[in-house]
Design a protein around this ligand. Structure first.
Ligand code: ZN
Length: 313
């Protein structure tokens, strides 16, 4: 039995998983964001409210655990930033604690119960305000020990020219400290930056996509170049990882037309592509963090196996 937690900057959502694929909500509490002691106390209270003593905590949060030091980078919750969280929770609560990035939990959720169900290698893609991702192979996170696997949005590798007719793509500064990352053009803020660069006009991502769907020429040019850039690097990521499917979440995934445009442009760059869907809308919705956290708990061995090899809580 696993206590799954989706920890956001404002709220902690909790759920109880008595077996892989089963999830019962336990409600939510405000995130104590300034004090580690208060944060641990909140988790202890949630664990005490569970119907039985959990065998493990499995946590989704916005942050990355350093593979070598175990230290957490978590910008939106100051109480957790730069802590070595899993051992602190284990010592305080007497339970194993598993922690993964929210994009990684999204990928785990889609692999276990979403669009990637039944596929061996699933590359979960986030097209939100920026670009994120997570990689699952055989039901397990590739970076379950921490680190940045699946972060295809960073690295200075954006093509310098794109579009038909071609236009120079500036190496915009990225939040990671590099220039020319896909993250600078691949999320909603990037779509807006591209539109500003191409047309000198301010518009939010929703307005750009609506105008494109209404056959506006300028928005069409922006979305065409946007889709080319995303598709080029997504095809590369899929070729490197061998992903069989790339479920997409985040705000931009609400546009089915945008996803099918990206899918159409990605497939020619993918080796051995079949006629199966490749770039698809994610299916787990707002509970992906909890579903993924529970999947993290089960996939990383927070359970016992009986002599027949089946899983029991
Ligand atoms: Zn970057």
């Amino acid at each position: 039995m696993i206590l799954a937690l989706d920890i956001g900057g404002s709220f902690i959502k909790a759920a109880w998983s008595s077996a892989p694929g089963s999830l019962a909500p336990l409600g939510r509490v405000a995130t104590p964001s300034r004090s580690l002691d208060a944060f641990i106390a909140a988790l202890a209270e949630l664990a005490a409210a569970a119907p039985a003593r959990p065998k493990a905590l499995a946590i989704s949060l916005t942050g990355v655990v350093d593979r070598d030091s175990g230290r957490l980078t978590c910008a939106n919750i100051p109480a957790l930033h730069q802590t070595i969280l899993a051992p602190a929770l284990e010592a305080a609560l007497g339970l194993p604690a598993l922690i993964a990035n929210d994009a990684d939990c999204f990928a785990l959720a889609e692999a276990a119960e979403g669009a990637g169900r039944g596929r061996h290698v699933v590359f979960g893609v986030i097209l939100g305000s920026g670009v994120g991702g997570g990689l699952v192979s055989g039901g397990r996170l590739v970076n379950s020990a921490g680190g940045f696997a699946g972060e295809w949005g960073h690295g200075a590798f954006l093509p310098a020219v794109a579009g038909d007719p071609p236009v120079l793509i500036p190496a915009f500064e990225c939040g990671c400290g590099r220039e020319g990352c896909l993250n600078t053009v691949g999320g909603a803020r990037g779509l807006e930056a591209l539109h500003r660069h191409l047309h000198g006009k301010e518009a939010d991502s929703h307005a750009i996509l609506s105008a494109w769907e209404a056959a506006d020429v300028a928005a069409g040019r922006t979305v065409d170049i946007y889709s080319d850039l995303v598709a080029r690097l997504l095809a590369l990521a899929i070729n490197i990882t061998g992903a069989e499917i790339a479920p997409v979440g985040g705000g931009l995934a609400n546009s089915e037309k945008l996803l099918s445009n990206i899918d159409r442009k990605t497939k020619p760059g993918v080796l051995g592509v079949s006629h199966r869907p490749l770039v698809v809308r994610a299916q787990c919705g707002p509970d992906a963090g909890l579903i993924g956290a529970a999947a993290l708990g089960w996939s990383e061995g927070a359970y016992e196996r009986n002599s027949a090899g089946s899983v029991r809580g």
